[in-house]
Write a protein of this length. Structure first.
Length: 166
C-alpha cells in the first residue's frame, strides 16, 4: 500500500502540472484575442487589428487600414504562434505574412506592455517601383475582447485580396 502511494502521488503531480501548462498556453493565446486599435489615431498605416481564435492553437488576424471616411478591410490571414523556447508552450508572439499588389509583408506582434501590442511590419516591394523596402512600428490598445464590426457603410473595393505566403 505504501509503495502504491509513492507511485500515485508523483503521477498526480505530473498530471496537474500538464494541465497547468495546457491552461497557461490557452491563456497566452486567448490574451491576443480581441479588437485592437492603433494608439496613433491619425496613422497612415494599419488602424485596427482583429485577432480571433479558431481552435486551440489556431488564430487569424484581420487587418484594417487607413481609408476615408472609414477603415478599409485589408483581409484576413492565419497567425503563427511562437514561444520563447522549445520547452515553453505559451505564445509569446505571433507572426503573419501576406502578399498584396506585389508587396510582400511580414508582421510580428508581441507585447509592448501588459495592455498593448507592438506591431512590427516589414514590407518588400516586388512591383518594380524602385521603392525601398520598409518597416514600421505601431502600438495597439485593446478595444474589446470580441471582434467589433465595422460601421454598416460599404467598404471600398481593393484591387487584390491578401494572399498568405505559407
Amino acid at each position: 500500500m505504501r509503495n502504491r502511494q509513492l507511485i500515485v502521488i508523483p503521477v498526480i503531480l505530473a498530471l496537474c502540472s500538464c494541465f497547468a501548462i495546457v491552461r497557461s498556453a490557452r491563456a497566452e493565446v486567448e490574451a491576443f484575442v480581441g479588437t485592437w486599435v492603433n494608439t496613433q489615431p491619425d496613422t497612415a498605416t494599419i488602424t485596427r487589428l482583429v485577432i480571433e481564435q479558431k481552435g486551440p492553437k489556431s488564430m487569424t488576424l484581420s487587418l484594417f487600414g487607413r481609408c476615408h471616411p472609414i477603415s478599409c478591410d485589408l483581409g484576413t490571414v492565419p497567425l503563427r504562434m511562437h514561444s520563447q523556447g522549445l520547452a515553453e508552450s505559451s505564445a509569446q508572439s505571433v507572426t503573419a505574412s501576406y502578399t498584396q499588389n506585389g508587396t510582400q509583408t511580414f508582421l510580428i506582434l508581441n507585447w509592448s506592455d501588459a495592455n498593448q501590442l507592438q506591431l512590427q511590419s516589414y514590407s518588400q516591394f516586388a512591383d518594380r517601383s524602385s521603392r525601398p523596402d520598409s518597416m514600421s512600428l505601431s502600438h495597439f490598445q485593446r478595444l474589446s475582447r470580441a471582434p467589433v464590426p465595422l460601421s454598416p457603410a460599404p467598404l471600398p473595393t481593393l484591387p487584390q485580396p491578401l494572399q498568405t505566403l505559407w
